[in-house]
Design a binder for this molecule. Sequence first.
Ligand code: ZN
Length: 285
Amino acid sequence: MPELPEVETIITRLKQGTSSHPPLEGHVVESVQVTWARSVSKPDPVSLQKVLIGQQVLDVRRRGKFLHFPLSQGHFIAHLRMSGDMRMEPRLDSTGKALPLQAYDRVVLNFESPWRLAFSNIRKFGRVWYVTDPLEVLGDLGPEPLSETFSADQLFLMLQRHNRQIKPLLMDQHFIAGLGNIYTDESLFRAKIHPLRRSNTLSESEAKRLHAAIRETLQDGIRKNGASLDWIYRGGDFQNYFQVYQRTGENCPNCSATIQKTVVGQRGTHYCPTCQPAPEMSNKG
Ligand SMILES: [Zn+2]
């Protein structure tokens, strides 16, 4: 599933433009195609097609794993869920004829310019919204882990307020926004914290370590343009730098122990049994 670094990679390309397309900002919607009605979470597909026409894209933002496009009126928001992409590409060929969509394009915004924005979603779980208040979709999200205002002290207090296993808690988007299975496993390994630890048993120094580990892991992921795994390839190669995720049976990069895999909160979870001591063995220091 695309997590914060993968969504950030998509957002950065849309915001800055690439060698193959201009920045998204400023383009005005001429028409909207919906090829999979259930992709539209709000309003209904017909209303979405009407309300977006004539609207200009004013900005390109990320919030957690959401793609957020403020418009001249209201907000277009998308979530890729299991897989997918948001592509900006030409909509016309050299003779002015419309170029065909790709097989998994579910919602497409055709602009007055020769460009279009395609929401591609193989597994159909992805959703788009049009809302006047973005908080209607984004309001329940926890803090942005890379935000300057998100401190280690804040994370410690947040952890203290919950008595939950640390891994599912970190993946809970209401607790903190943007982490999924990959970056949670990698962050916990880097912080030397076992995925089954109870959040309120973490010491202040462990919380500090976890805070640094989350930010470093996400920043490393962004620098590598995310990981290309079970979702549409975007050229990211963070998968080559995983230390524990999907490295079951390999040697831990820090010690000679073998990376283990277990299931936590129904998710495959990778860890080093030596570097990340089990809850009953780890002291609170
Ligand atoms: Zn180890």
